[in-house]
Design a protein around this ligand. Structure first.
Ligand code: PSZ
Length: 488
């Protein structure tokens, strides 16, 4: 069973509940254990079966989720991996956390799952209270409104829609007076009803794959090729030189270059065609290669948005819920006022976005879909937030992150031709290899040695462990990485 050193009262009752459900949570292994080739024979056989039903070439391993525990992923062949990728950064408390297992061990929670409601038509009676007590209690500073959604991409798309509604309402001067021409033209996808407005994003950005979101995704062609897209502008995102403290002048100039380009695009678009209603940006670009930008960059970006009357959307789908050591990635930037919209998903277990009352559409039924989220996920999220508080997981992230980053810097010195550009905040870390080939070999060798890691950008390896990843896990990771680099 799960063994916890100092057990707080609420955890004890949780453990009792889990026991009463006769759910066995295996103890986290001491270290990884790989007994077969990776992928092993079972994963390979399942892959060929799945591939005959759907295009499954993206599948890496099949999981044995009954036996995964804590920071350890167990595959169908019985191999135990230290997981520093955690389902593309979407598992806040690792696998089979007792509090999450216990959360569904009561009839209210089960009935929430079974009787899944259409939340924007027939929400449960406790829904307003749940939104306030769970989601708004963790909202970024001054953000008083929240919508839940199904996934990251649809959270982004609905945030874009909110920004367009806000922009058009400003242009009209009143939110209610749609003209007959607008009502008619929107039905044939023509202006003025379907206005020529844009969302600007950055080179290297990833905001999802649904059509609106995809038009703002700028990381890899594989996401976009063959799909029609909006003609929306894209600005350069800073590409820093490392180490940061030795390259301050260059990096400041890099901020400046990108911000000037942002201003230029906004200005041109406003004067000639398709004005920009919103800018969307990740606190750290994730899929696009873990590219970071300074607090000053984000402060200036917000200032430009305010001057130009453009909404600022911060995409916290990957950075939200603690992995940078703060609840929200943009809390590192000391923005003088809150962003206009903040999207979330992944570790938050439900998609959605926070905003301010200024961005509340004047009419209902405009931000809407059937389920519009899932009340069952909020039951889990409530436990995630409780664990973050009681187990002091943001401190855990900061401490484990420090060990990891220091260790990576040591390895960068020792193996300077294999790893470079160590970067990131908290445990949201990454490093580069000289080429994609070397990067892929390192990642494969890590896997053979029992570490599940992720890649991003052209030649980066990224770390996305759960919030329960501790210093001892960091040391296991670093030992295995050292071994891999030695044998490269
Ligand atoms: O290849 C893919 O489609 C991937 S791999 C990782 C993601 C997508 N991340 C999703 C993501 C994100 O990282 C950011 C910053 N914004 C939006 C999204 C989209 O979220 P989902 O995948 O839930 O639609």
């Amino acid at each position: 069973m799960f063994r916890i050193k100092k057990v707080p009262e609420n955890v004890l009752s949780v453990i009792k509940l889990v026991r009463s459900m006769s759910v066995t949570v295996p103890k986290e292994p001491e270290k990884p254990s790989v007994k077969t080739s990776v992928p092993g024979p079972k994963s390979l056989q399942l892959l060929s079966e799945l591939n005959s039903i759907q295009q499954a070439q993206s599948v890496q391993l099949f999981g044995d989720y009954d036996n995964c525990t804590g920071n350890y992923f167990v595959d169908a062949d019985g191999n135990q991996f230290l997981d520093v990728f955690t389902q593309i950064s979407s598992s806040p408390l690792g696998y089979n956390h007792p509090a999450l297992l216990a959360a569904y061990a009561n009839s209210h929670a089960l009935k929430s799952l079974i009787n899944r409601s259409a939340l924007l038509v027939f929400p449960p009676a406790d829904w307003p209270e749940k939104l306030k007590k769970i989601l708004l209690a963790k909202a970024p500073h001054c953000m008083t409104n929240v919508y839940t959604m199904m996934c990251g991409a649809c959270s982004l798309e609905n945030a874009y829609k909110c920004a367009f509604f806000w922009y058009r309402a400003k242009q009209r001067g009143s939110k209610l007076d749609f003209t007959p021409e607008e009502l008619n033209t929107c039905m044939v996808n023509q202006p003025p009803g379907s206005p020529d407005l844009a969302v600007m994003s950055f080179w290297g950005a990833f905001h999802g794959r649904a059509f609106g979101a995809l038009s703002t995704t700028r990381s890899k062609w594989i996401h976009k090729i063959d799909c029609p897209a909006f003609d929306w502008p894209v600005a350069p995102f800073p590409r820093y030189q490392y180490p940061l403290h030795e390259n301050q002048l260059y990096n400041r100039q890099e901020d400046q270059r990108c911000l000037e380009e942002v201003s230029k695009i906004l200005d041109t678009r406003l004067r000639c065609c398709r004005p920009v209603a919103a800018i969307v940006v990740e606190p750290i670009q994730s899929e696009g290669g873990d590219n970071e930008a300074s607090p000053e960059f984000f402060q200036c970006l917000q200032q430009i948005c305010k001057q130009m009357g453009v909404a600022l959307i911060i995409d916290e789908v990957q950075t939200g819920c603690g992995p940078t050591g703060k609840m929200w990635g943009h809390e590192h930037f000391n923005l003088p006022s809150p962003p206009d919209l903040v999207t979330f998903s992944k570790k938050m277990l439900t998609g959605g976005f926070f905003t301010t009352s200024e961005f509340k559409p004047a009419q209902g039924y405009r931000i809407f879909n059937t389920w519009s989220g899932d009340p069952g996920k909020l039951i889990l999220l409530d436990e995630v937030f409780r664990a973050i508080e009681h187990e002091k997981l943001l401190t855990t992230v900061q401490q484990a992150g420090k060990v990891l980053k220091n260790g990576l810097h040591e390895l960068e010195k020792e193996f300077s031709t294999a790893i470079m550009r160590v970067r990131g905040r908290g445990t949201f870390l990454a490093f580069c290899s000289p080429t994609a080939k070397v990067r892929d070999k390192i990642n494969n060798d890590l896997r053979k040695n029992g570490v599940l890691g992720g890649i991003c950008g052209e030649k980066s390896i990224r770390l996305r462990p759960a919030l329960i990843f501790k210093e001892r896990h960091a040391n296991i990771y670093l030992d295995i990485l050292r071994k891999v680099l030695k044998n490269l």
